[in-house]
Design a protein around this ligand. Structure first.
Ligand SMILES: Cc1cc2nc3c(=O)[nH]c(=O)nc-3n(C[C@H](O)[C@H](O)[C@H](O)COP(=O)(O)O)c2cc1C
Length: 188
Protein backbone atom coordinates (compact mmCIF):
# COMPACT_ATOMS: atom_id res chain seq x y z
CA UNK A 1 0.00 0.00 0.00
CA UNK A 2 1.30 3.42 -0.86
CA UNK A 3 2.26 5.70 2.00
CA UNK A 4 0.08 8.71 2.80
CA UNK A 5 1.82 11.97 3.59
CA UNK A 6 -0.20 14.96 4.71
CA UNK A 7 1.33 18.34 3.93
CA UNK A 8 0.65 21.24 6.26
CA UNK A 9 1.53 24.68 4.92
CA UNK A 10 1.91 27.23 7.69
CA UNK A 11 0.76 30.09 5.45
CA UNK A 12 -2.82 30.67 4.34
CA UNK A 13 -1.63 33.03 1.59
CA UNK A 14 -2.76 31.93 -1.86
CA UNK A 15 0.64 32.56 -3.46
CA UNK A 16 2.63 31.30 -0.48
CA UNK A 17 6.30 30.63 -1.23
CA UNK A 18 6.15 27.78 1.30
CA UNK A 19 3.34 26.21 -0.69
CA UNK A 20 5.52 26.58 -3.81
CA UNK A 21 8.43 24.97 -1.94
CA UNK A 22 6.20 22.07 -0.97
CA UNK A 23 5.47 21.22 -4.61
CA UNK A 24 9.07 20.05 -5.13
CA UNK A 25 8.74 17.75 -2.12
CA UNK A 26 5.37 16.49 -3.34
CA UNK A 27 6.83 15.67 -6.75
CA UNK A 28 9.74 13.79 -5.13
CA UNK A 29 7.38 11.77 -2.91
CA UNK A 30 4.94 10.99 -5.72
CA UNK A 31 7.82 9.84 -7.94
CA UNK A 32 8.47 7.18 -5.27
CA UNK A 33 4.84 6.06 -5.20
CA UNK A 34 3.64 7.98 -2.13
CA UNK A 35 0.31 9.81 -1.89
CA UNK A 36 0.38 13.47 -0.93
CA UNK A 37 -2.54 15.57 0.26
CA UNK A 38 -2.74 19.10 1.62
CA UNK A 39 -4.47 19.76 4.91
CA UNK A 40 -7.09 22.45 4.45
CA UNK A 41 -7.38 24.06 7.87
CA UNK A 42 -8.43 27.65 7.14
CA UNK A 43 -11.79 27.00 8.82
CA UNK A 44 -10.34 25.64 12.09
CA UNK A 45 -11.46 28.04 14.84
CA UNK A 46 -9.19 29.82 17.28
CA UNK A 47 -8.58 27.46 20.16
CA UNK A 48 -10.72 28.22 23.16
CA UNK A 49 -10.92 25.56 25.83
CA UNK A 50 -14.52 26.60 26.52
CA UNK A 51 -15.39 25.50 22.95
CA UNK A 52 -13.39 22.27 22.94
CA UNK A 53 -16.46 20.01 23.34
CA UNK A 54 -18.42 19.05 21.40
CA UNK A 55 -15.52 18.90 18.96
CA UNK A 56 -16.00 21.47 16.17
CA UNK A 57 -16.61 19.78 12.80
CA UNK A 58 -13.55 21.39 11.16
CA UNK A 59 -11.36 20.11 14.00
CA UNK A 60 -12.73 16.56 13.75
CA UNK A 61 -12.01 16.61 10.01
CA UNK A 62 -8.37 17.74 10.29
CA UNK A 63 -7.74 15.30 13.15
CA UNK A 64 -9.09 12.42 11.07
CA UNK A 65 -6.95 13.37 8.09
CA UNK A 66 -3.76 13.68 10.14
CA UNK A 67 -4.50 10.56 12.16
CA UNK A 68 -4.89 8.54 8.95
CA UNK A 69 -1.54 9.67 7.53
CA UNK A 70 1.74 7.77 7.75
CA UNK A 71 3.61 11.04 8.17
CA UNK A 72 3.18 14.79 8.05
CA UNK A 73 5.43 17.34 6.42
CA UNK A 74 5.20 20.94 7.55
CA UNK A 75 6.29 23.80 5.26
CA UNK A 76 6.16 26.99 7.22
CA UNK A 77 7.04 30.64 6.96
CA UNK A 78 8.97 32.17 9.81
CA UNK A 79 7.14 34.93 11.63
CA UNK A 80 9.32 36.83 14.09
CA UNK A 81 11.79 33.92 14.23
CA UNK A 82 8.95 31.61 15.23
CA UNK A 83 5.84 29.82 13.92
CA UNK A 84 2.79 31.63 12.52
CA UNK A 85 -0.15 31.76 14.92
CA UNK A 86 -2.43 29.89 12.51
CA UNK A 87 -0.05 26.93 12.49
CA UNK A 88 0.39 26.84 16.28
CA UNK A 89 -3.39 27.06 16.65
CA UNK A 90 -3.80 24.02 14.39
CA UNK A 91 -1.10 22.07 16.25
CA UNK A 92 -2.76 22.88 19.57
CA UNK A 93 -6.07 21.45 18.34
CA UNK A 94 -4.28 18.39 16.93
CA UNK A 95 -2.48 17.83 20.22
CA UNK A 96 -5.71 17.23 22.14
CA UNK A 97 -7.16 13.67 22.55
CA UNK A 98 -8.94 12.01 19.64
CA UNK A 99 -11.64 10.80 22.00
CA UNK A 100 -13.45 13.44 24.01
CA UNK A 101 -12.16 13.81 27.59
CA UNK A 102 -9.65 10.97 27.04
CA UNK A 103 -6.79 12.93 28.60
CA UNK A 104 -3.52 11.05 28.23
CA UNK A 105 -5.05 9.04 25.36
CA UNK A 106 -3.85 9.16 21.75
CA UNK A 107 -3.98 12.33 19.68
CA UNK A 108 -3.77 12.79 15.91
CA UNK A 109 -0.08 13.61 16.38
CA UNK A 110 0.85 10.67 18.64
CA UNK A 111 3.79 8.71 17.28
CA UNK A 112 3.63 10.55 13.96
CA UNK A 113 6.72 10.84 11.78
CA UNK A 114 7.27 14.52 11.02
CA UNK A 115 9.36 16.38 8.45
CA UNK A 116 10.00 20.13 8.46
CA UNK A 117 10.92 22.69 5.82
CA UNK A 118 10.81 26.44 5.46
CA UNK A 119 11.56 29.17 3.00
CA UNK A 120 12.15 32.56 4.58
CA UNK A 121 14.62 35.44 4.59
CA UNK A 122 18.29 35.19 5.48
CA UNK A 123 17.59 32.88 8.42
CA UNK A 124 16.30 30.17 6.01
CA UNK A 125 13.58 29.63 8.59
CA UNK A 126 16.06 28.42 11.23
CA UNK A 127 13.92 30.03 13.94
CA UNK A 128 10.61 28.46 12.95
CA UNK A 129 12.20 25.08 12.23
CA UNK A 130 13.91 25.03 15.64
CA UNK A 131 10.67 25.89 17.42
CA UNK A 132 8.67 23.30 15.50
CA UNK A 133 11.37 20.72 16.24
CA UNK A 134 11.02 21.63 19.91
CA UNK A 135 7.27 20.92 19.81
CA UNK A 136 7.82 17.54 18.19
CA UNK A 137 10.62 16.65 20.62
CA UNK A 138 8.20 16.97 23.54
CA UNK A 139 8.21 13.43 24.92
CA UNK A 140 4.42 13.27 25.36
CA UNK A 141 3.76 12.89 21.61
CA UNK A 142 6.61 10.44 20.76
CA UNK A 143 7.34 11.89 17.34
CA UNK A 144 10.19 11.02 15.01
CA UNK A 145 11.71 13.99 13.22
CA UNK A 146 13.12 13.20 9.79
CA UNK A 147 16.45 14.95 9.15
CA UNK A 148 16.21 16.97 12.36
CA UNK A 149 15.17 20.54 11.65
CA UNK A 150 14.77 19.76 7.96
CA UNK A 151 15.30 21.85 4.86
CA UNK A 152 15.80 25.60 5.04
CA UNK A 153 15.80 27.82 1.96
CA UNK A 154 16.33 31.54 1.45
CA UNK A 155 14.03 33.69 -0.61
CA UNK A 156 15.69 35.69 -3.38
CA UNK A 157 15.70 39.35 -2.16
CA UNK A 158 13.52 40.49 -5.08
CA UNK A 159 10.87 37.88 -4.23
CA UNK A 160 9.56 40.13 -1.44
CA UNK A 161 8.58 42.80 -3.97
CA UNK A 162 7.94 40.82 -7.17
CA UNK A 163 6.15 37.89 -5.54
CA UNK A 164 8.21 35.58 -7.71
CA UNK A 165 10.99 33.35 -6.38
CA UNK A 166 13.44 31.12 -8.17
CA UNK A 167 14.17 27.95 -6.23
CA UNK A 168 17.76 26.73 -6.30
CA UNK A 169 18.80 23.28 -7.49
CA UNK A 170 20.40 22.79 -4.07
CA UNK A 171 17.02 23.32 -2.36
CA UNK A 172 15.29 20.91 -4.74
CA UNK A 173 17.98 18.29 -4.10
CA UNK A 174 17.73 18.74 -0.32
CA UNK A 175 13.98 18.22 -0.50
CA UNK A 176 14.39 15.13 -2.67
CA UNK A 177 16.83 13.67 -0.12
CA UNK A 178 14.48 14.53 2.73
CA UNK A 179 11.63 12.86 0.83
CA UNK A 180 13.74 9.69 0.51
CA UNK A 181 14.63 9.83 4.21
CA UNK A 182 10.98 10.31 5.13
CA UNK A 183 9.89 7.29 3.11
CA UNK A 184 12.72 5.22 4.62
CA UNK A 185 11.59 6.26 8.11
CA UNK A 186 8.04 4.95 7.53
CA UNK A 187 8.90 1.91 5.42
CA UNK A 188 7.28 -1.36 6.57
C1 LIG B 1 4.31 38.83 10.60
C2 LIG B 1 5.51 38.49 9.77
C3 LIG B 1 6.72 38.23 10.39
C4 LIG B 1 7.84 37.85 9.63
N1 LIG B 1 8.99 37.50 10.28
C5 LIG B 1 10.01 36.95 9.57
C6 LIG B 1 11.15 36.41 10.24
O1 LIG B 1 11.26 36.42 11.45
N2 LIG B 1 12.12 35.86 9.47
C7 LIG B 1 12.04 35.80 8.10
O2 LIG B 1 12.95 35.28 7.47
N3 LIG B 1 10.98 36.32 7.44
C8 LIG B 1 9.97 36.88 8.15
N4 LIG B 1 8.84 37.36 7.49
C9 LIG B 1 8.82 37.35 6.02
C10 LIG B 1 8.35 36.01 5.46
O3 LIG B 1 9.44 35.13 5.40
C11 LIG B 1 7.75 36.20 4.07
O4 LIG B 1 6.65 37.09 4.16
C12 LIG B 1 7.31 34.90 3.44
O5 LIG B 1 6.98 35.13 2.11
C13 LIG B 1 6.09 34.29 4.14
O6 LIG B 1 5.88 32.98 3.66
P1 LIG B 1 4.75 32.60 2.58
O7 LIG B 1 5.20 33.19 1.28
O8 LIG B 1 4.79 31.11 2.57
O9 LIG B 1 3.45 33.18 3.03
C14 LIG B 1 7.74 37.77 8.23
C15 LIG B 1 6.51 38.06 7.60
C16 LIG B 1 5.41 38.38 8.35
C17 LIG B 1 4.08 38.62 7.66
Amino acid sequence: MSKKIVFIVGSLREKSFNKELSVFAADALKAKGAEVSYLDYADVPLFDQDDEYPTPAAVARVREEVNGADAIWIFSPEYNYSYPGVLKNLLDWLSRPLKEYDFGGPTALSGKTVALASIAGKSKGAGVRAKLAEIFSFEFTHNTLVDGQGTGAELAPEAFTTGVNTFSEETKQELAKQADDLLAAIAD
